[in-house]
Design a protein around this ligand. Structure first.
Ligand SMILES: [Zn+2]
Ligand SMILES: [Zn+2]
Length: 106
C-alpha cells in the first residue's frame, strides 16, 4: 500500500500513455512506479521464502542450478503464483547445500 505524500490518501494505479503510474485524487502522481514495484517484489520474495519449512523442502524437486552464493550445482525449486492469476508463475530456487534462496528471473 502506498499513500500520497501530499494529502495522505491511498494512491490508485492507472495507465497513463501506456505506463502504469500511481495517482491521487488531489492531483499528485507518482511516476516512480518501476522503483516501487521492485520494492514490493522484494518484500514478497522474503515472505514467500519464509513459508518453506524443512519438511516442505524435502518434498521439493531438485534441479540443475548454480547457487549464486556457494556455486553448488543443485537446488530445490518451487513455483509461486504471484499477484493476479494472469501473471506467470515465479520460480524460486533453494540451494541444496547452503540453503540460500533466490528467485529465477529467466
Ligand atoms: Zn493526495
Ligand atoms: Zn549454495
Amino acid at each position: 500500500m502506498l499513500f500520497c505524500p501530499k494529502c495522505g490518501s491511498l494512491l490508485k494505479p492507472k495507465d497513463e500513455k501506456g505506463k502504469r503510474v500511481l495517482h491521487c485524487s488531489c492531483g499528485f502522481t507518482n511516476k516512480d512506479v518501476d522503483k516501487v514495484e521492485i520494492k514490493e517484489t522484494v518484500n514478497k520474495k522474503e515472505r514467500e521464502v519464509e513459508v518453506i519449512s524443512d519438511d516442505q523442502e524435502k518434498m521439493l524437486p531438485l534441479t540443475d542450478a548454480d547457487c549464486p552464493k556457494c556455486e553448488h550445482k543443485k537446488a530445490h525449486y518451487w513455483l509461486v503464483q504471484t499477484r493476479a492469476g494472469d501473471e506467470p508463475e515465479t520460480k524460486f530456487l533453494k540451494c541444496q547445500k547452503c540453503k540460500h534462496t533466490w528467485r529465477d528471473y529467466s
